[in-house]
Unconditional design. Structure first.
Length: 236
């Protein structure tokens, strides 16, 4: 692929490279130095139920800093100050152009593509801190990848009915369609854009379904989304 995807410049037609994907190291699919991650909490009813919470009246937003972002195969570092770290598999949206006060129907024009995400969370600190900054913003807590799916046709990827799975120790622990989101992707991004300007390369995490659980040092965790691929990271 030639061009600068986060500056709205892709050189068509896209051409395959001569590199085998197994022979290169894939980086996080965004400009890590400048990207902001806007995440959405409590966007699947079954996850709200398993956590004993209530659905918010409006989308619940929080930030993850750029220092949280890592790519496929990179190590999630278990923080020394937590004893209960959880995985949260999610669909992520990569913004392709400036998005401010945009209506839901106009959101697709501002999207570059889609990828997999893991909103790694220090669950004990999420409960004890009273807010989520440390629990969800610590270094290496935002794996993204393995790449950006840029749909070339309307029927290539259904953002409203994508199949997401999370696999831990060879066991499927999350298995859901994005159709079960309380608020669909385009509505979420429109809501965010009313108060926060999204720039090219910014990332929106759209929430996690039920099935979240604890990670241990030595584990390997994978988030799979049909049509996109698999994001895998070890924990140490």
């Amino acid at each position: 692929m030639a061009g600068a995807p986060f500056e709205g410049e892709l050189t068509p037609p896209l051409q395959a490279t001569n590199y085998d994907v197994t022979s290169v190291r894939l980086l996080a699919p965004t400009e890590v130095a400048t990207a902001k991650v806007v995440a959405v909490g409590k966007n699947y009813a079954d996850h709200i139920q398993e956590m004993g919470g209530e659905a918010p009246q409006e989308p619940l937003l929080f930030f993850k800093p750029s220092t949280a972002i890592i790519g496929p195969g990179e190590t999630i570092k278990y923080p020394s100050w937590s004893s209960n770290v959880h995985y949260e598999g999610e669909l992520a949206v990569i913004i392709g152009s400036t998005c401010s006060q945009v209506a839901p129907q106009d959101v697709p024009a501002h999207i570059l593509g889609f990828t997999c995400a893991n909103d790694v969370t220090a669950r004990d600190k999420q409960h004890s801190d009273g807010q989520w900054t440390r629990a969800k913003g610590f270094d290496t807590s935002c794996p993204l990848g393995p790449w950006i799916l840029i749909p070339q046709a309307d029927d290539e990827f259904s953002v409203g009915d994508a199949h997401l799975r999370t696999v831990l120790r060879d066991t499927v622990v999350q298995d859901v369609s994005t159709s079960f989101m309380i608020r669909p992707v385009y509505d979420l991004i429109s809501f965010i854009s009313q108060s926060i300007t999204l720039k090219a390369g910014d990332v929106v995490l759209t929430g996690t379904p039920a099935g979240v659980g604890e990670l241990q040092r030595g584990d390997t965790i994978s988030v799979e989304i049909d049509g996109i691929g698999t994001l895998t990271n070890p924990i140490a």
